[in-house]
Ligand binder design. Structure first.
Ligand code: HEC
Length: 130
């Protein structure tokens, strides 16, 4: 094998690596931020705590509503919400101090990994909801 073909293989291998690992790296940021800022209440895997903290997993109120999730993080939430037949009437503190990019990563993690949604938002859309 000559040097050119060795180089080509190295370049192909690097692109394949980048293709498979670049996206999950972003998702992992959302997951880490979720653990840090949301999990204490909404619990690991977003299952919530019956009657106290609503689940985010399999929650049809939030599925594919990234703007609603972002707004809830920025402004907090109080008043009754009903999720899959259980009513919650608590209060979530606003977390407007989080950066747009972190909020976007959390929203995308929550929607696509917990709520079975597929839509995502970018940091500039979060900026618009402030
Ligand atoms: C201190 C506890 C607490 C933390 C931390 C918290 N939440 Fe909440 N969250 C709540 C409570 C309580 C409610 C329900 C509020 C109500 O009854 O109106 C809620 C509601 C929500 C809702 C609306 C659910 C619905 O069905 O409409 C979303 C979305 C949400 N939280 C996302 C998040 C995300 C994402 C984070 C992390 C950035 C987070 N929460 C952090 C307590 C918390």
């Amino acid at each position: 094998m000559n040097i050119q073909s060795t180089l080509k293989i190295a370049v192909v291998a690097a692109s394949v690596f980048a293709f498979f690992f670049a996206q999950p790296a972003e998702a992992a940021d959302g997951k880490n931020a979720y653990k840090k800022y949301c999990q204490a209440c909404h619990q690991p895997a977003g299952k919530g705590l019956a009657g106290v903290f609503p689940p985010l997993a399999d929650n049809p109120n939030i599925k594919d509503k990234p703007d609603y999730i972002a707004q809830t993080i920025v402004k907090g939430k109080s008043g009754a919400v009903t999720v899959n037949g259980t009513t919650y009437n608590g209060s979530m503190p606003p977390m407007a101090y989080l950066k747009d990019a972190d909020i976007a990563a959390i929203v995308n993690y929550v929607n696509t990994e917990l709520a079975n949604g597929s839509s995502t938002i970018q940091a500039d859309a979060v900026a618009g909801s402030r």
